[in-house]
Design a protein around this ligand. Structure first.
Ligand SMILES: Nc1nc2c(ncn2[C@@H]2O[C@H](COP(=O)(O)OP(=O)(O)OP(=O)(O)O)[C@@H](O)[C@H]2O)c(=O)[nH]1
Ligand SMILES: [Mg+2]
Length: 315
């Protein structure tokens, strides 16, 4: 576990505590209930997975794969079942390997944050900015949410606290024009990471698609390959609705990652496996609180360990 300090590990456990409480404990109950027959077991497993927001399609896939492995054995201890389940989660998650996060070797790396209202875009911009700054990088944020009154001020306040530049426009200015300003500032000032906040307004698919397309087009003109990363910010508490959001945004724009927010408040951590399995999009980061440091890299093995680790190693 070299990647994580003990402090990080505790934070991780905190982020998945509720998922561990629900999914982990229910799986424990299902696997330790020895009186049931195979059909009952599989049914209970399916229900438990669906309740953890793994979704019907992905839960069915997990159950099928798991059943294939188990049928080769006459008797399995609860610990073995848990290990096979962990292995199945892993297989399903990594069916499509995670692409590494894109970096621009020749100038600013541009990150565009998109997502619906209140999902956590603005605060995640600040958390990411803080994180890159702590790594010694030059960071700036762009307030391209010109739609909601007060949105620019909100990002500006974070930027002031972090002592980083915030490039902003006027209320109702075209967000793409603010992005252009941000890109120009980044090039002129040798910025390493330009993190762009966008509006979370709910609008129809056609308008949203047109707006996101324009944003991509204008930044690509300013900086080669930009935006290098377009991340969908999803509130983990929204469950299966989050999965629909991921499918919709993935269809209408060129996403290459997900940031799952508010993991501290949900027991539905199974959504991570569903999103990856259905959309192929990797979870890049999770956020686990409102503080600027409450952001973690997503690490699948750490995640698995947080939810079913104890059960896999139990005697
Ligand atoms: N507990 C908890 N709260 C969070 C987390 N991330 C964001 N929040 C809170 O969620 C609320 C919305 O966050 P914002 O960052 O303003 O969300 P947004 O997507 O920018 O919202 P709009 O600009 O209105 O679309 C704020 O109160 C945040 O403090 C998290 O990881 N945990
Ligand atoms: Mg916002």
């Amino acid at each position: 576990m070299g990647l994580f300090s003990k402090k990080d590990k505790n934070k991780y456990l905190h982020g998945f505590a509720k998922t561990n409480d629900s999914l982990g404990k229910k799986l424990k109950f299902v696997t330790e209930n020895k009186k049931q027959n195979k059909e009952d077991f599989m049914e209970q497993l399916m229900v438990t997975l669906i309740e953890a927001d793994i979704g019907y399609r992905t839960s069915e896939l997990i159950c099928d794969k798991f059943f294939e492995t188990c049928q080769n054995y006459y008797y399995l201890f609860a610990k073995d079942i848990m290990n096979f389940l962990g292995q199945t989660f892993r297989e399903v998650y990594f069916e499509k390997p995670d692409e590494p996060i894109k970096e621009n070797p020749d100038g600013p790396t541009v990150i565009l944050m998109v997502g619906v209202n209140g999902s956590g875009k603005t605060s995640t911009c600040a958390k990411l900015a803080n994180r890159y700054k702590a790594d010694g990088k030059k960071v700036a944020v762009v307030a391209a949410d010109t739609f909601r009154a007060g949105a620019t001020q909100q990002l500006q306040a974070w930027a002031d606290r972090l002592e980083i530049p915030c490039i902003a426009g006027k209320d109702n200015e075209d967000p793409s024009s603010v992005l252009v300003k941000g890109c120009r500032y980044a090039k002129e000032n040798d910025i390493d990471y330009l993190i762009c906040d966008t509006a979370g307004r709910l609008q129809n698919k056609i308008n949203l698609m047109a707006e996101l397309e324009k944003m991509h087009r204008v930044v690509a003109k300013e900086i080669q390959g930009a935006p290098h990363n377009t991340w969908l910010v999803l509130d983990a508490n929204t469950g299966q609705n989050g999965l629909s959001q991921a499918e919709l945004f993935n269809e209408i724009t060129d996403l290459n990652g997900i940031i799952l927010t508010k993991m501290d408040g949900t027991s539905k951590g199974g959504i991570i496996i569903a999103i990856k399995n259905i959309t192929g999009l990797p979870v890049r980061f999770i956020t686990v609180g409102e503080g600027v440091e409450d952001i973690q890299d997503f690490d699948f093995d750490m995640y698995l360990d947080s939810i079913i680790g104890e059960l896999r190693h139990a005697n």
